[in-house]
Design a protein around this ligand. Structure first.
Ligand code: 6PG
Length: 487
């Protein structure tokens, strides 16, 4: 009897997804390559170990593996993003039958997925690029899954993918069809960008509490745990409280022994690059990415800190008040970050013709994924309203929230700046907000400068929009205009 699905790549995510599938009643074929001296006996170890007694069959040869799966085949690839996916596809193609479906569950770049969908379809196969979030735990017990690609594949893969997805509190699976081509991986990329933003914001909240209030780890853990009871309730806030309380074997708080240099695998950076390509502001996530980069320049920071010793006042801040301000800054900045992220999704949807359903994406992120939170319910509701908001911050609910938070948010940023304490994401968000709500900005000066030095032209407030003027600023610049295209 043939199996329901094949899974390639038995690293921790692959193993856990296979176990999750078997647990939901699916019959799974698994394959892992054998590389002498590097990856040997991986399949056997799994089938004789964690997969023992389950509806999981191991294969070490691609032809046998492919042959064991019922058609149209569904084969999920859980290998490292990049060339490994292309190489694997080339190895699989000769053994596939028309209509078979390859699913890439890695953190692939969406442009690679665009290309792979086209390639697979051109050969008569189908391809799904599925963003999978939730780490090992999610893969085993329920992830958030964002599939996109060959649209006819959805009906075929839906029962399996939805069965292994997390459920939101209302029971809906955190997995639904995203759209064509690389849209699933694009949405996962923005998920990760938002994850970077959330993590930076939480880190800043921690840093202000530690440096301006001198709270100890247990006290800070209690603040985060308390926040986790309210509107900020989320996985990342919850684990922050756990991290602060965690002691290592030597009995000390581990957080205090972890080197302050952040790593990154690239999805945050891709989010920012793609937002730039689309001409969309994504400042908070950009700040989060750049702060990771700056954190990694530890030697430089140490040298600089010796030359510019920061001055901190001896002011004793009122704890409940400052904690409330930190809460306001965190919540409001988080709102800005999601508003920016969803605006990029909207723009990508229009530009690439993906027809993304933003409410559905917000709902998919309510469970299983790293950014899961109760607040995504409010975002879904805002996008579902009959009056679609022009921007998330203009949705009535969020508009009122921001009005409440603004005073604490700006006080916190101002205090931190005076105390020479970096809060780059809180302040980036606040500056974005102030710019957003400014009907007038100083861009008239930028236009004047562009026209002055390069005849790049400008529109006038006293003429109809869409007409471009050039001024002979110096009297010897002439009347020749440059083009007016915008990137
Ligand atoms: C997820 C995560 C995951 C990502 C890690 C590490 O949704 O489960 O986004 O896909 O690989 O968060 O990312 P960085 O190494 O870039 O921090």
């Amino acid at each position: 009897q043939k199996t329901d699905i094949g899974l390639i790549g038995l690293a921790v995510m692959g193993e856990n997804l296979a176990l999750n599938m078997a647990d939901k009643g699916w019959h799974v074929s698994v394959y892992n390559r054998t590389v002498p001296g590097v990856e040997e006996g991986v399949v056997e170890r799994f089938t004789n170990g964690r997969a023992k007694g389950k509806t999981i069959e191991g294969y070490t040869e691609i032809p046998d593996f492919v042959e064991s799966i019922s058609t149209p085949r569904k084969i999920m690839m859980m290998v490292r993003a990049g060339n490994a996916v292309d190489e694997l596809m080339e190895q699989l193609f000769p053994y596939l039958s028309p209509g078979d479906i390859l699913i890439d569950g890695g953190n692939s770049n969406y442009e690679d997925t665009n290309r792979r969908v086209a390639l697979a379809e051109q050969k008569g196969f189908r391809f799904v690029g599925a963003g999978v979030s939730g780490g090992e735990e999610g893969a085993l017990n329920g992830a958030s899954i964002m599939p996109g690609g060959s649209v006819t594949a959805w009906d075929e893969v839906k029962p399996i993918l939805q069965s292994i997805a997390a459920r939101a509190a209302d029971g809906t699976p955190c997995c639904d069809w995203i759209g064509p081509a690389g849209s699933g991986h694009f949405v996962k990329m923005i998920h990760n960008g938002i994850e970077y933003g959330d993590m930076q914001l939480i880190a800043e909240a921690y840093w202000v509490m530690k440096n301006l209030l001198q709270l100890d780890n247990e006290e800070m853990a209690s603040v985060f745990a308390h926040w986790n009871e309210g509107k900020l309730r989320s996985y990342l806030i919850e684990i922050t409280a756990n991290i602060l309380r965690h002691k290592d074997k030597a009995g000390g708080y581990l957080i205090d022994k972890i080197l302050d240099t952040a790593g990154q695998k690239g999805t945050g950076k891709w989010s920012v690059i793609n937002a730039m390509e689309l001409g969309m502001p994504l400042g908070l996530i950009a700040t989060a990415v750049f702060e990771r980069s700056l954190s990694a320049q530890k030697n430089l920071r140490e040298a600089a800190s010796k030359q510019f010793a920061c001055q901190r006042s001896q002011v004793l801040y009122n704890k409940p008040e400052l904690v409330k301000d930190i809460y306001s800054a965190l919540y409001a900045s988080k709102l800005v970050s999601y508003a920016q992220g969803f605006a990029v999704l909207q723009k990508a949807s229009e530009t690439y013709g993906w027809d993304l359903d933003l409410a559905s994406i917000a709902r998919m992120w309510r469970g299983g994924c790293i950014i899961r939170s109760v607040f995504l319910n409010d975002i879904a509701a805002a996008f579902e309203a009959s009056q679609k908001p022009k921007h998330l911050l203009l949705a009535p609910y969020f508009r009122e929230e921001i009005k409440e938070l603004l005073s604490g948010w700006k006080h916190l940023v101002a205090h931190a700046m005076k105390e020479e304490l970096p809060v780059p994401a809180f302040s980036s968000a606040l500056n974005y907000f102030y710019s957003l709500v400014s009907a007038k900005l100083p861009a008239n000066m930028i236009q004047a400068q562009r026209d002055y030095f390069g005849a790049h032209t400008f529109e006038r407030t006293d003429e109809l929009r869409g007409q471009f003027f050039h001024e002979n600023w110096t009297g010897h610049g002439g009347d020749t205009k440059s083009g007016t295209y915008n990137v």
